[in-house]
Design a protein around this ligand. Structure first.
Ligand code: ADP
Ligand code: MG
Ligand code: ZN
Length: 414
């Protein structure tokens, strides 16, 4: 007989094959086990619970931190003919009531909720009376104080396993460092959880780092090498995103800014242009990006040092989701290190937290300064072994030397 998950994959989602890791995660859930799935951005984490939700029937509860992400996922599922609903604060009361009626009548397969909405006594009581088959916690690193995006509302989710003792829980994240991982396990599961860390390599993304000199000029010449392509440029400050976008515009590049200080309308308009047009460069702070699924982003350019190697990895993962050659380029200078150290020292956080943050920063600096293959260092940090990739600046810089002076020959031939 045909594998039911494969049938759902094909009939509902229209895909012929699982991406690496997806089938393992689904099998564990379908066997009733709890799973922590650590997979890179773009790896296809959503399907890991959406397919089992449909195979199992009943109700799957999905916890997600951002209303916009929930709306997108529900809309996409409905397009595929899946009965998905969300109850959240940004939609009209009547729509929420109608959604709840469908849920209570057993018509909804996937219900998307923000953690604070799920963890009210009323909601929990009502859900406990329904046929809940699966609970998915997306962006699960938000539960960890050590993680880069801690959210207080996520903490309460540690009660879930007690409230639904017989329901398998899947936690999903792209943040793979050991500390965050153990923290998620302790908080969400306490006991038996199958942790699957899968496929961190994104070989189509070329990795490069350059010494920061004149970042405006460096950015412009990089962008000009990718004419007509969409790209994301990350800057540390809001002010800088606007300056850089204006500078690119002045030089004939279609560039938009995005940061949390802009009005919601302006942000939405810029995000929308970036998503729907091609050849737009989005110059943004890290406020931009969570859940962005635009397949043809040709590059991610960091004008400043990111917050950690996890953050860097997650940010560059927004490039090349279509599998075509893409590039991640970072400018790195001593000023960046000073700035980041200062951020950590000025943070209102316990000393232990600061110590760990400095440790993370050291790891990132190690990555920037390595003479080894960058991908090896990056994947090694996430626990994956790899051989030299041939698609990073350190690999490529070594190539001509290894071949016995190709450069010299070129010069002599002139
Ligand atoms: P993540 O949450 O891991 O960042 P998503 O779940 O948003 O990733 O999926 C990223 C993209 O990959 C989506 O466009 C999704 O439709 C696509 N995708 C997921 N699984 C498959 C598959 N098995 N075959 C083809 N495309 C897939
Ligand atoms: Mg996701
Ligand atoms: Zn390499």
């Amino acid at each position: 007989a045909e594998d039911p998950k494969r049938r759902v994959l094909k009939d509902v989602f229209g895909f012929d094959d699982f991406r690496p890791g997806q089938a393992d995660v689904m099998d564990a859930l379908l066997a009733g086990r709890h799973v922590l799935a650590v997979m890179p951005t773009g790896a296809g984490k959503s399907l890991c619970y959406q397919v089992p939700a449909l195979v199992l029937g009943g109700l799957t509860i999905v916890v997600s931190p951002l209303v916009a992400l929930m709306q997108d996922q529900v809309a996409a599922l409905r397009l595929a003919g899946v009965a998905a609903d969300t109850i959240n604060s940004s939609i009209e009361r009547e729509a929420n009531v109608a959604a709840w009626r469908r849920v209570a009548a057993g018509q909804t397969r996937l219900l998307y909720l923000a953690p604070e909405r799920l963890m009210t006594e009323r909601m929990l009581d009502a859900l406990a009376r329904l046929d809940v088959s699966l609970i998915a916690v997306d962006e699960a690193h938000c539960i960890s104080q050590w993680g880069p995006a801690f959210r207080r509302e996520y903490e309460d989710l540690s009660r879930l396993r007690g409230i639904f003792p017989s329901v398998p829980i899947i936690a999903l994240t792209a943040t793979a460092d050991e500390g965050t991982r153990t923290d998620i396990e302790a908080r969400l599961f306490a006991e038996r959880v199958e942790t699957l860390v899968l496929g961190f390599d994104r070989p189509n993304i070329k990795l490069g780092i350059a010494a920061k000199q004149d970042s405006k000029r460096q950015l412009l010449s990089f962008v000009e090498r990718h004419p007509g392509r969409s790209g994301i440029v990350y800057c540390l400050s809001r002010k800088k995103t606007e300056e850089m976008a204006a500078f690119l515009e002045k030089n004939g590049v279609t560039a938009l800014a995005y940061h949390a200080g802009m009005s919601k309308e302006a942000r939405d308009a810029n995000q929308n242009s970036f998503m729907t047009l091609s050849g737009v460069v989005m110059v943004a702070t890290i406020a931009f990006g969570m859940g962005i699924d635009k397949p043809d982003v040709a590059y991610v350019f960091h004008t400043d040092l990111p917050g950690s190697l996890e953050a860097y990895y997650q940010e560059i993962g927004r490039a090349g989701r279509d599998g075509r050659p893409a590039e991640a380029h970072m400018l790195f200078g001593l000023g960046d290190i000073r700035m980041r150290r200062m951020f950590i020292d000025d943070e209102d956080a316990p000393p232990e937290h600061k110590r760990r943050s400095h440790g993370r920063l050291d790891t990132l600096i190690g990555y920037c300064e390595t003479a080894q293959c960058r991908r090896q260092v990056l994947l090694g940090y996430f626990g994956e072994e790899a051989s030299p990739c041939g698609n990073c600046d350190t690999c490529l810089d070594q190539a001509p030397r290894a071949d016995g002076g190709a450069e010299a020959r070129t010069i002599l031939a002139v």
